[in-house]
Design a protein around this ligand. Structure first.
Ligand SMILES: Cc1cc2nc3c(=O)[nH]c(=O)nc-3n(C[C@H](O)[C@H](O)[C@H](O)COP(=O)(O)OP(=O)(O)OC[C@H]3O[C@@H](n4cnc5c(N)ncnc54)[C@H](O)[C@@H]3O)c2cc1C
Length: 502
């Protein structure tokens, strides 16, 4: 029996996978596609994370799709609203029928002779596998492990009599009313959890080893509110989207060029929202520069508000050991706790953990270089969606999905079946720079296993949306890649000539 074949196989039904499928529908309606999704739901991140207060930390006018305006009042939206937005997009476009749920892709093998990938997926927990083939593989699997969040070694944890929960595996209906909570961590998750839990808990303590930069921004976007009532959504949305892109870029650039100034501004912002005499330097002044790690945004200063009202406190210290009733710190202080939340991060997982094989040879991701941040050197007909680290993920995901359509269109017109990024000869002398340029713990823990980037276009990730708009929407489709026409069993009837075009 021949295996089922589609033109494009998408891995993952999260924000990126649903976006990639939507672009294919709109721009290449004749192409066949399917989506393989490991879980039983649409939404990826926005379905998995269910901790109290879960929300975006970038604005929805840039985290939303370019093709579907975000029309709600809240610029910083909660997890449920984002999940509904992705589900509604899939529903409206009839994409549900294209999704095979409970299909975890574990292996993809490329054969140049057949000009296609054979993809193997595990079906649920049955131990059964299914295979199908595709001409192009589009991996939209996000960037981290779903089955296990990151938890560092916590000394003495077994002696603790209270409850320990990781935000990635939040127990449904967990009751923390009137309980003493300690949230370990200082990243976006901890900063979201603390004010949300403080509303019902007896008290919440955020225990951090080192602080993060935290900035307050309005939960609702004033320009969006103004335009919503005066213009149709299809006009207002791109205006607000571009305004937010330019503002966040300006902040990022200023942080890189004048870190001392941005540090001072962030410090002043925090001081204004905290109680008189609060020790801002200990709890909100990291040793690294702004944007060396992601900047944490809090809507309407909610974290600062919880501290001001005495519902939450921040402790910057190291854990000496857990005790029966809480945590003893290196300073000797004891934190009493009924519930400890380990908001200690994610484990990176490139390309959904699948094994890639090209013509019988396993691909070592660490030896590849990313091409335009969305293909890998030496890997044919393979696309990868990785969002920005300094701006909303979807800005890049939309550009990648559109670029894929442009490229496939071009290949169809020229009669090419295969496209492979090929490194120039001088690549041997390039300094290995990881594809993700943040100094965050989750990046540093996995940096050795990630693809690299080169010193200039098309091998460098500029983390700049306006630059990428030029490169991906209108830029050259032939730079740095090799196109091939392959005579396969299927195409032999047309007896095309085999050959390579650069
Ligand atoms: C708590 C949290 C908050 C965030 N907030 C923001 C934010 O405010 N702004 C922002 O820009 N980014 C944010 N991010 C990053 C976030 O991941 C992106 O916004 C976006 O959700 C990524 O979408 P995605 O579809 O690429 O990946 P995901 O949302 O991770 O979805 C990937 C999908 O692929 C499936 N999958 C994975 N591997 C396989 C496989 N081998 N086979 C089949 N299916 C597979 C998964 O089950 C999942 O459904 C946040 C991340 C987290 C964890």
């Amino acid at each position: 029996m021949p295996l089922e074949h589609v033109d494009v196989l998408i891995v993952g039904a999260g924000l990126s996978g649903i976006g990639a499928a939507s672009h294919l529908q709109d721009e290449l309606p004749a192409k066949t596609f399917a989506i393989l999704e490991a879980r039983g739901a649409i939404g990826g991140t926005w379905d998995l994370f269910r901790y109290p207060g879960v929300r975006s930390d970038s604005d929805m006018f840039t985290l939303g799709y370019a093709f579907r305006p975000w029309t709600e009042a809240k610029a910083i939206a909660d997890g449920d609203a984002i999940r509904s937005y992705i589900e509604d997009t899939a529903q409206e476009r009839g994409l549900r029928d294209a999704i095979r749920f409970h299909h975890r892709v574990v292996r993809a093998e490329w054969s140049t002779a057949d000009a296609r990938w054979t993809v193997v997926a595990e079906v649920g927990d049955s131990g059964e596998t299914v295979s199908m083939t595709c001409s192009f593989l589009s991996v939209c699997s996000g960037y981290y492990r779903y089955d296990e969040g990151y938890t560092p070694v916590l000394p003495g944890i077994d002696s603790f009599r209270g409850q320990v929960v990781h935000p990635q595996h939040w127990p449904e209906g967990l009751d923390y009313e009137g309980r003493r909570v300690v949230v370990i961590g200082s990243g976006a998750t901890a900063i979201t959890l603390v004010p949300a839990m403080a509303e019902r808990a007896a008290h919440v303590t955020m225990l951090q080893r080192s602080p993060s930069y935290v900035a307050s921004l309005p939960a609702e976007d004033r320009l969006a509110d103004l335009l919503r009532h005066r213009l149709p959504a299809t006009w207002a949305y791109p205006l607000v989207r571009w305004k937010n892109v330019l503002v966040s870029m300006a902040i990022f650039r200023l942080s890189r060029r004048r870190p001392a100034l941005v540090k001072a501004l962030l410090r002043r912002g925090a001081r204004k929202l905290l109680p008189e005499g609060y020790d801002v330097d200990t709890h909100f002044a990291p040793t690294y520069d702004p944007w060396d790690q992601r900047l944490c945004l809090v809507p309407d200063g909610d974290l600062f508000g919880a501290v001001r009202r005495g519902q939450a406190s921040i402790v910057t210290d190291r854990i000496a050991t857990f005790t029966e009733s809480g945590i003893r710190l290196e300073s000797g202080e004891e934190l009493e706790a009924d519930l400890v939340v380990t908001a200690t991060g994610l484990n990176l997982l490139p390309i959904g953990g699948m094994t890639l094989v090209v013509d019988g040879r396993e691909v070592d991701l660490a030896e590849t270089v990313a091409y335009k941040g969305m293909m890998l050197s030496g890997v044919p007909n393979f696309f990868l969606t990785l969002g920005y680290t300094n701006a909303s993920w979807t800005l890049k995901a939309d550009l990648v999905a559109h670029y894929v359509c442009r490229l496939l269109n071009h290949m169809g017109a020229e009669g090419h079946q295969v496209v492979t990024p090929v490194l120039p000869r001088e690549a041997e002398t390039w300094e290995p720079v990881p594809i993700i340029d943040l100094r965050s713990g989750y990046v540093l823990r996995s940096v050795e296993r990630l693809p690299k980037q080169g010193p200039g276009a098309p091998w460098r990730l500029y983390q700049s949306y306006p630059r990428d708009v030029r490169l991906m929407r209108r830029g050259d489709l032939e730079d740095g890649v090799e196109f091939t026409r392959v005579t396969t069993e299927d195409s032999r009837a047309g007896s095309e000539e085999e050959g390579s075009v650069r």
